[in-house]
Design a protein around this ligand. Sequence first.
Ligand code: TRP
Length: 74
Amino acid sequence: MDTKFDSYFVVKAKENGVNVIGLTRGKDTRFHHSEKLDEGEVMVVQFTEHTSAVKIRGKATLMTPFGTMETEED
Ligand code: TRP
């Protein structure tokens, strides 16, 4: 399998209404999916053929291969 698909990370929402937004791979970079998480919900995210970047909106903890980090408050 292509190595660009290997990386997973975890998003844990620290408030209601956190958005996990997937951006498309390729020439056009646009939103293709927005998933809403409520406080305490966890989403395991993978990069795929269709998704090359992810934007997190709202207060959340991200656990990535690079470490654990928090989004800033709005
Ligand atoms: N259908 C999307 C895909 O295969 C699902 C997805 C994967 C996704 N990673 C994501 C959606 C990250 C939002 C954020 O690429």
